[in-house]
Design a protein around this ligand. Structure first.
Ligand code: GLN
Length: 454
């Protein structure tokens, strides 16, 4: 198979399936076919080797791509064509991967269903009446529907792991700082991390090797050993895995619980030591996360003012009216809700009561995880309380949607790495995800256990 064949096959499947699923905001057909020839030449000449050379990929539309529309699924960036590419995309292109297009997402990555996109919702390829999860729903659905070989997502509070779980694919959120955020349009800068969404754990390791890098343009990125694929061994003997009792209480669907506990038993049978423990701060994670994420978002989104790029209102009366009208027209309801919430928790008089309090909760959560990792190599639990909900259900009740993030967001507050791997199918025929959480910089343990389980 040539790179051109692979690209053509993916483009064909996009053509026949996009009308149903809407995984992409932009498909770069011509560009991809041209680049495919270039990559093939480099493979033939021996200039390009490695597992990702010539592999068609999709990129979440909140990562800048030079010369290609990057909307963040928002009207406010509906005409934004960046003059540079994000570091993670450049790293993948250096490894020879071929970008096919930009995937749909919740507007500015705010959401858990991909329904807040200004470009229509993505549908779950397992059941078109259900959401693919979010915010990286387009990326996860594109992998599940074979509209790409792998994709990049971003995870601020679960946005890689939860859609991976709803779509029956693998998604990894790396340790904060592993992947450069340069060129990733910021949501909650202290929480955001780019990571792979793939068909299996081996692909996930190869992608992580390519995207992990220290980058001077992101001062929070760190230099790391990137030999993640070395962890692809089928062996968990002696590994200590903690199962938080608090993750299996009220609100967790019975079939999800059963599948996840069965996965724990599989790892036990393969030689891991698996035991229950208390991690009782989980219930405080949601309010703390939504205060911190909204605070950072309200500040990050100030830059979208209609002046240098992005949507500008047609008619206005002076500078302030232009800001106001451009932003009112450009942002959707969920984004506006977060900007208001974030501005409120940061405002003088409320800062101590909400924002500062949330930061203290964050520190306590980190401490609780530190304690857990002094005893365990990994923490095992569900990714989400249920399998994929029906379209429209969450839009009606945002609070309920926020509560669905219970098992994923404390990982971001503590900066930890975590993976979602498929662990079963419920009686509705929908995939269930297993979450494995590691201590900072322990992706190799996660990959090893996930690969052994898979
Ligand atoms: N659902 C969460 C939110 O809406 C997480 C989103 C994300 O990880 N980008 O903020």
């Amino acid at each position: 198979v040539t790179v051109m064949d692979a690209a053509a096959a993916v483009l064909d499947s996009i053509e026949s399936r996009e009308g149903r699923y809407n995984c992409y905001i932009t498909v770069d057909r011509e560009g991809a076919l041209k680049k495919a020839e270039d990559i093939q030449r480099k493979i033939d000449s021996g200039e390009l080797t490695g597992p990702l050379a010539g592999v068609p990929m999709a990129i979440k539309d909140n990562m800048c791509t030079e010369g290609i529309l990057t909307t963040c699924a928002s009207k406010i960036l509906g005409n934004f064509v960046p003059v540079f590419s994000s570091e993670a995309v450049l790293n993948l292109e250096k490894a020879g991967a071929l970008m096919i297009g930009k995937t749909n997402m919740d507007e500015f990555a705010m959401g858990s269903t991909t329904e807040t996109s200004a470009y229509g919702e993505t549908k779950n390829p397992w059941d078109e009446n259900r959401v693919p999860g979010g915010s990286s729903g387009g990326s996860a659905a594109a992998v599940a529907a074979q509209e790409c070989f792998f994709a990049l997502g971003s995870d601020t509070g679960g946005s890689i792991r939860q859609p991976a779980s709803y779509c029956g694919v693998v998604g990894l959120k790396p340790t904060y700082g592993t992947v450069s955020r340069y060129g990733l349009i910021a949501y909650g800068s202290s929480l955001d991390q780019i990571g792979p969404i793939s068909k299996d754990v081996a692909d996930c390791a190869a992608i992580l090797e390519a995207i992990a890098s220290h980058d001077e343009k992101d001062s929070t990125s760190v230099a790391r050993d990137t030999d993640f694929a070395d962890a692809l061994t089928e062996d968990v003997k002696g590994m200590k895995i903690g199962v938080p009792k608090d993750y299996f209480g009220e609100g967790l669907d019975g079939e999800v619980k059963e599948a996840v506990l069965k996965a724990a038993q599989v790892l036990r049978d393969k030689g891991a030591m698996v035991e229950e423990f208390d991690l009782s701060l989980a219930e405080y994670a949601i309010p703390a996360y939504y205060a911190i994420a909204a605070a950072e978002a309200s500040s990050n989104l100030e830059r979208f003012d209609g002046i240098k790029y992005g949507h500008r209102a047609q008619e206005y009366d002076g500078l302030h009216s232009m800001y106001k009208k451009s932003r009112s027209e450009g942002f959707g309801a969920e984004v506006k809700r977060r900007i208001m919430l974030g501005s409120f928790v940061l405002s003088s008089g409320y800062y101590d009561a909400y924002y500062l309090k949330a930061l203290k909760v964050k520190a306590l959560i980190k401490k609780a995880f530190d304690e857990a990792f002094s005893k365990y190599d990994l923490i095992l639990g569900p990714v989400a309380p249920t399998t994929a909900p029906g379209l429209g259900e969450s839009l009606a009740d945002p609070i309920k949607m926020y509560l669905g993030d219970i098992y994923t967001i404390s990982v971001n507050l503590a900066g930890l790495p975590a993976i979602s791997v498929p662990c079963g199918i419920d009686s509705k025929g929908l995939p269930i995800g297993l979450q494995l959480i590691g201590d900072c910089f322990q992706e190799k343990k996660i990959i090893q256990a996930a690969y052994t389980y898979e």
